[in-house]
Ligand binder design. Structure first.
Ligand SMILES: [Zn+2]
Length: 887
């Protein structure tokens, strides 16, 4: 255990991969139970032989699961994997097992901490060293050097965030077994110099859904692939959640990173069958400039170590520098926390676990510097996925263990650079949407960003800020995380060749929270002189409830905050009458905008408003008399339907949004089409709902009866959906859903955007918009609220007389259309129509060409979905009726 660095290097290299029996330094088995804060208890080293013998009793994966991992047609399931990992930890002195928490659907989310017994015995101390290097404020270079010499890098790896990419989670079974049982100089030397944080499955719910379904359908004629979202709400988008941090699994992974400060995060995926057999970094351009250049270089070094490992092992068809870039934080939390993100993408096989067979050698056959050896065989198997990703993993841990000083010292250097950033973001107190500010602070807080609150009013950058304003100084370790989320993105103008089409970003190009949620954050570069307090929790601003109004008066809540919709849901649930003013009104010196919510002054209403005001910071006022304006009364118990084709991600995100806001909704199932009007007042048709998904739906020949809710409803159902609207129902369609609505009603609109990407291109950016805040759909909106646009539609109204129609939202007639991200040919948007409200028969239809509820990111806009779905079914009142509150 005390071999010198130089002599061990050559021995390690020689012994690479060889399983040499030998004794490990021993402590008793350490199993870490329960909460994340629980620390392992190490017993003194006693019996080396006993420890080795105990490890030798661990059944091999093949023996335990009854098949070789990765063999054709076989997948291990989570109910057997978890006990196996526990068994390994129970029998090995190198492995700690911890259930870090429960998933969205209550499955165990587990972490294996794997290292030498000596390291595990002093794990606290090693975590402490790592934390100190992660936040080097006050640490001298000499001290840092000493810590980097005595510390050990932490290498986090997770698999299976995408559940149909099955090979990676299967591979972790073998890794855990080998790391626990192999006694060789090679393994000992790695485990002496590295702590591995292994999350065998980042999305256990999905592993349960996909692998159990695969097992269940064996021997049937049904499709073997689970047909719906494999994460309850966001399906495949679960790896687009790394900055909004909306899902439980994202919280758990961030929690691990915040605690251990890993230097590496390996994120294991699969791509299509025709893709390179394995992708690793280096990535394509661009990288987010908020990622430190050292982190980018370390990423390249580690990715190439994996490429070298595969080539040396004779694994052909691996490549780098293609398809994937290093831009959006939606795909990477770790890089803003100074760890490299190593994406591995193995090619997939057929039906999850059966060989992919081609008549020719698979994939690109042209060799290049980033794709050295094309794959020369005609089959590709699950076992090969396990082998390739295993090679990447072992090459990765080897490379970091052998070069541990550089990994730790460079990690420290990145921290020092972070701590020397300049400037601060100020989020003024008293903004129009307290929920938007609270959500932002929650995200930053979860991301380990330090948030200060001003203890007095102050002036900075020539602007005055009230007491209680939030200050985020950027000279802190994770200031880059705050900066990338608060600033405007300037995505580089990257073309495939001069004058050619754009080089597509792998995902979206913008993440500016102030624009998406609806608040302002100011970058200040002067020094800020005000006393501030570091927040240890995020609380909404304190709200003082007004004196109860007289029986002829009312309570009032403004329409500006999207958080108000949780209040509306509670009022709906309690059957409390709720009204909206149809125009701006005044009460004494106060002015209230159109769409202000008005609630009768009952005790029950007061209780709900008081509780909600406390939780959200949304102010409540009282009126002595109801204003003389026309308005509407929300329908008591408004019944919302959500169109959710199987595996439609945007519908899943809508479910999440509705659950967050406690909306009483139901998925529109195939058998609901018999009585849509009886079951729903308003139906929401998000992006991804098409005529095909409604008419044909899931193919009933390929899926058992349990999926009948998603089967197609035919032309008959299509017509019934139309009748639902024309006979008085409400339909809200957005993104590609607007296209579907256009087909359903032959709407007189025409998409005006050029289809050639050289002429017009917008891959997930924020664009200028003019919104009519006096229209019921636009109530409470900032009239200049940017909209999210991701390859969407913009329209021209070709016949304004076919149906009564109003323009709710449009692109400005001239000027800059881009607010944040990337846009080519913005002038084609000039004057284009986006949001329209239509009267169709006796029904109400709202269409938006853009995605006004994208992954729940653009919550400021998402308010328009709520506005529309409650407005359509509401009862319209004259000013006389309104003054009597509809009585
Ligand atoms: Zn994936």
């Amino acid at each position: 255990m005390t071999i010198s660095e130089s002599s061990s290097l050559s021995r390690r290299t020689l012994l690479r991969g060889a399983a040499v029996a030998g004794a490990a330094a021993a402590t008793a088995t350490v199993v870490r139970p329960g909460a994340a804060s629980a620390q392992p208890v190490a017993a003194p080293a006693l019996d080396v032989q006993a420890a080795a013998e105990r490890a030798a009793t661990i059944p091999t994966p093949e023996k335990y699961f009854g098949f070789r991992i990765g063999s054709d047609g076989n997948l291990a399931t989570w109910d057997k994997m978890v006990p196996y990992f526990k068994l390994i930890a129970d029998s090995s002195n190198r492995v700690l097992f911890e259930e870090v928490g429960k998933t969205t659907e209550g499955n165990p989310y587990i972490l294996l901490t794997i290292s030498s017994p000596n390291n595990l015995a002093k794990l606290d101390q090693l975590i402490e060293i790592n934390s100190r290097l992660a936040d080097p404020r006050g640490l001298s270079p000499t001290e840092a050097e000493k810590l980097a010499s005595t510390g050990k890098p932490f290498y986090m790896v997770y698999a299976g965030i995408h559940s149909t990419e099955v090979g990676n989670s299967q591979a972790t079974i073998e890794w855990a077994y080998r790391l626990a049982t192999e006694h060789s100089d090679y393994m000992d030397s790695i485990l002496d110099d590295l702590i591995i944080l292994m999350v065998p499955c980042q999305n256990p719910d999905g592993l349960v859904k996909v692998n159990d379904y695969f097992v269940k359908t064996a021997g049937t004629n049904y499709s073997r692939t689970y047909p719906d979202l494999y994460q309850k709400y966001c399906g495949h988008d679960d790896n687009r959640d790394w900055f909004m941090l909306t899902q439980v699994e994202s919280h758990l992974a961030a929690q691990i990173q915040n605690k251990y400060h890993p230097q590496v995060l390996q994120d294991s995926h699969q791509a299509g069958s025709g893709a390179p057999r394995m992708f690793t970094p280096p990535y394509l351009s661009p990288y987010d400039p908020n990622i430190d250049p050292i982190t980018v270089q370390q990423t390249d070094v580690l990715g190439l170590a994996m490429q070298r490992g595969m080539t040396a092992a004779g694994m052909k068809g691996a490549g780098w520098g293609m398809t994937y870039d290093y831009w959006t934080p939606s795909r990477q939390y770790c890089v803003y926390h100074n760890a490299v993100r190593i994406l591995t993408e193995a090619a997939s096989v057929t039906n999850l676990a059966y060989p992919f067979v081609s008549t020719r050698p698979i994939g690109n056959q042209e060799s290049s510097i980033s794709f050295i050896e094309p794959y020369d065989r005609t089959t590709w198997t699950l076992r090969q996925i396990v082998d390739y990703v295993g090679q990447c993993f072992y090459s990765g841990i080897e490379a970091v263990a052998y070069d541990k000083f550089n990994w730790l010292y460079n990690f420290y250097r990145v921290g020092v650079k972070g701590a020397n950033r300049t400037g601060a973001y100020i989020i003024a107190a008293g903004q129009r949407d307290p929920q938007a500010v609270k959500d932002t602070l929650d995200i930053l807080f979860r991301g380990a960003v330090e948030i200060h609150q001003a203890q007095a009013a102050f002036t900075a950058g020539g602007k005055q800020y009230p007491t209680g304003s939030y200050v985020i100084f950027l000279n802190q370790p994770y200031g880059g995380f705050a900066k990338t989320l608060l600033e405007k993105q300037n995505y580089p103008h990257l073309l495939q060749y001069p004058g050619g089409p754009p080089q597509r970003p792998y995902d979206v190009t913008a993440q500016t929270l102030p624009m998406m949620l609806g608040f302002t954050a100011d970058l200040v570069t002067d020094s800020i002189s005000v006393s501030t307090k570091l927040l240890t929790e995020i609380k909404p601003p304190q709200i003082t409830m007004p004196t109860p109004p007289s029986p002829t008066g009312a309570y009032v809540i403004g329409p500006e905050s999207y958080g108000v919709y949780r209040i509306i849901s509670r009022l709906q649930k309690q059957g409390i009458a709720t009204f909206r003013a149809g125009a701006q009104f005044t009460d004494g010196a106060r002015t209230f905008p159109a769409g202000t919510f008005i609630v009768p002054p009952t005790d029950a209403a007061r209780q709900i408003l008081q509780d909600q005001a406390r939780d959200t910071g949304i102010p409540v006022s009282a009126l002595s008399a109801v204003p003389p304006v026309a308005g509407a009364q929300l329908k008591a118990g408004t019944k919302i339907g959500l169109l959710k084709p199987a595996n439609n991600i945007q519908s899943g995100w809508l479910m999440f949004m509705f659950d967050q806001y406690e909306v009483d909704y139901k998925i529109v199932e195939a058998n609901d089409y018999d009585n849509l009007s009886g079951r729903f007042d308003a139906i929401v048709m998000p992006h991804g709902v098409s005529r095909n998904s409604i008419v044909n739906g899931l193919n009933r020949n390929n899926y058992p009866q349990e999926w009948s809710w998603a089967f197609g409803v035919g032309e008959d159902g299509w017509n019934k959906l139309r009748n639902f609207v024309t006979s008085g129902g409400t339909l809200i369609a957005f993104g590609s859903g607007s296209n579907t609505a256009q087909q359903l009603f032959e709407l007189p609109i025409e998409s005006i955007l050029p289809s050639e990407e050289t002429v017009f291109y917008c891959p997930g950016s924020l664009l200028s918009q003019e919104i009519d805040a006096n229209d019921p759909v636009g109530y409470g909106m900032n009239p200049k609220n940017p909209v999210w646009f991701d390859g969407d539609r913009a329209y021209r109204l070709i016949d304004p007389n076919k149906y009564p129609v109003k323009v709710v939202a449009k692109y400005p007639d001239s000027g800059e259309q881009l607010q944040s991200g990337w846009l080519i040919g913005g002038e084609h948007l000039n004057g284009a129509v986006n949001g329209l409200s239509w009267t169709v028969g006796s029904g109400y239809l709202v269409t938006f060409g853009s995605e006004i509820a994208f992954r729940t990111w653009n919550r400021g806009e998402g308010k328009m979905v709520f506005n529309a779905m409650y407005h359509g079914p509401s009862q319209k009142l004259t000013s006389e009726q309104f003054q009597r509150l509809g009585r």
